[in-house]
Design a protein around this ligand. Structure first.
Ligand code: MG
Length: 239
């Protein structure tokens, strides 16, 4: 009889334990604090501050940027193509914030796809990877096709997220041959997901093409999804 009571007690303790965990899981999303909008530091080059797209042009036409400014944010104007900065960069800290659209009827690569291409050639993937499995090295935060982020820091769609990308361009010899690979560190929503990774694969898929560059633009991808960006600035790093 004593052992039956003990068994009942343990069973109830187990039930109470499970019940206490359920609200924590259910409220996990609500516990995410909004990211802080980080103001451009002194010396930063502002690439988008909500007012105009003067720093950008269309990749294909080299004409004025056709993406949309809506409520001070920059939204992919689907079908107009990728945009690039007019200015070229080499070694830098790029900060930007992005928000995934709500696309419940799409899956995998069709849900919230865009991308940030360093020098126009090396993509840090932008995708809705919140409960949206996809193939290896294709998820949000991936160095596309090369390395997954160390952790999936995705927030649900319609919430702002941030990338801080520390990029060092490849070094080339006089013939254009790579003598030092580009490297990248990525902080995603405040968490380091790539730590000084050498990108040894060359330009990633759907880059702007051409020879390997020693300096190049920042390119944002139109991949058919109305992803929104804001607060884009860059600090050039000294050697
Ligand atoms: Mg992409």
């Amino acid at each position: 009889m004593k052992s039956v009571c003990a068994y009942t007690k343990i069973r109830w303790m187990w039930v109470l334990c499970v019940l206490s965990v359920i609200p924590v899981i259910a409220n996990a999303d609500q516990q995410l604090k909004p990211i802080k909008e980080v103001k451009p530091p002194k010396g930063a080059i502002v690439l988008f501050n909500g007012k105009n797209t003067d720093a950008w042009e269309q990749l294909n036409t080299k004409g004025p940027c056709q993406w949309l400014i809506s409520d001070g944010d920059l939204k992919v104007n689907v079908g107009t193509g990728n945009i690039i900065t007019k200015r070229l960069f080499k070694d830098y800290h790029l900060h930007l914030e992005f928000m995934e659209p709500y696309m419940p009827n799409q899956t995998s690569q069709a849900r919230g796809n865009s991308g940030v291409y360093n020098l126009g050639q090396y993509e840090i993937q932008v995708l809705d990877s919140y409960n949206n499995p996809t193939y290896k090295c294709g998820s949000c935060g991936s160095i596309y096709g090369f390395k997954e982020p160390d952790k999936n820091m995705s927030r649900p769609p319609l919430q702002w997220q941030s990338y801080d990308i520390f990029f060092h361009a490849p070094r080339l010899d006089d013939s254009g041959k790579v003598v030092k690979y580009p490297t990248v560190t990525v902080i995603w929503n405040g968490v380091k997901v790539h730590d000084n990774v050498e990108i040894t694969c060359g330009p990633t898929t759907a880059s702007m093409g051409g020879p390997i560059l020693a300096e190049g633009p920042i390119m944002l991808q139109d991949h058919g999804c109305p992803v929104t960006y804001r607060n884009i600035w860059i600090v050039e790093l000294k050697k």
